[in-house]
Design a protein around this ligand. Structure first.
Ligand SMILES: [Zn+2]
Length: 305
């Protein structure tokens, strides 16, 4: 993705990794003939191969948003050295994420806000890093913005349920609680967490929009500046094909029925509009708009993005 200018703000994408996933791994139900009808617009950025051999490309990235003298990160990927036994591809990663952030001209100490659209393991990982056997905040001068609803949801789950969820290979909930211990709790204990409702905002330009379903307190980040508009949609839509087929449930959502409702409403609201959509897992050019396409919404990457 090329840097995007949204009014007074610049948005860049910091990629941790891009992984191919099979449609069966991602979706509870999908049908191959329908997926095949979308290959023409999904190729080459969002899928690889075709027909029965098709894989979906999933990017894990952070948005680096800078403007009005502030630096924000939106979602912090999987992180290094995290024990994620149920998910081998996330287990004990060792990737040059921080070096790449520094190469963008951003030192960890300069980050003012870390916004986690929700608190799953692949959105909180770089909140902390392992130093001297302890998990410490990676961004020591940042306020970390966590959803109160998600925070309360976790706290309402019993220890026995948490243990069961840790052993669940489902990437939505599995390891959620391990990531809580190594990537969320240390932030709260360090006094860096702001546990907020969706009336939170920054500088009159950045606000939160509730988007429940994937998790109960999932939020989107809305950026509006000088008439430009961008929406960081987190895991409300995991892959661009869901813009065309919003009813396909994923294995990753805690409440897939609500997730579909939220996604459908968002797509209907923004189809044909000017807002730039930046999702947490769209690969390649990533930034795009929802086009109406004769009443059949579709995701369209920005030209040259
Ligand atoms: Zn995710």
């Amino acid at each position: 993705m090329k840097p995007q200018k949204i009014g007074d703000y610049t948005v860049r994408k910091l990629v941790e990794v891009v992984e191919p996933l099979s449609p069966e791994f991602a979706f509870v139900e999908f049908d191959q003939p329908t997926l095949d009808t979308h290959t023409s617009w999904l190729s080459p950025h969002f899928v690889e191969g075709a027909n029965a051999e098709i894989t979906l490309l999933f990017s894990f990235h952070t948005y680096v948003v800078q403007g009005n003298g502030k630096t924000l990160l939106i979602d912090t990927c999987v992180g290094n050295h995290k024990e994620r036994a149920a998910l081998p591809s996330w287990h004990m990663q060792n990737r040059p994420y921080l070096d790449n952030l520094r190469a963008m001209g951003v030192a960890p100490e300069e980050v003012d806000y870390v916004m986690c659209t929700h608190l799953h393991a692949d959105h909180v990982g770089w909140n902390t890093r392992l130093i001297g056997g302890r998990w410490v905040p990676t961004f020591p001068n940042a306020r970390y913005i966590f959803s109160k609803t998600d925070y309360d949801h976790h706290n309402s789950v019993s220890a026995a349920d948490a243990k069961r969820a840790d052993e669940d290979p489902n990437p939505g909930e599995g390891d959620f609680y391990a990531s809580w211990a190594d990537s969320v709790s240390p932030i709260v204990e360090a006094g860096l967490a702001d546990i907020v409702t969706t009336d939170f905002g920054i500088d009159g330009a950045i606000s939160l929009v509730p988007a429940p379903g994937h998790t109960p307190g999932h939020y989107c980040v809305h950026l509006q500046s000088r008439g430009d508009e961008a929406i960081f949609t987190g895991d409300m839509m995991h892959h661009p094909v869901l813009v065309a087929e919003p009813q396909w449930r994923t294995h990753f959502c805690l409440d897939p029925v609500q997730s579909t409702k939220t996604r459908r409403a968002f797509i209907n609201q923004h189809a044909g509009g000017g807002a730039i959509v930046m999702a947490a897992h769209f690969a390649g050019p990533t930034a795009g708009r929802i086009i109406d396409n004769g009443g059949k919404p579709q995701f369209s990457a920005l030209p040259g993005a």
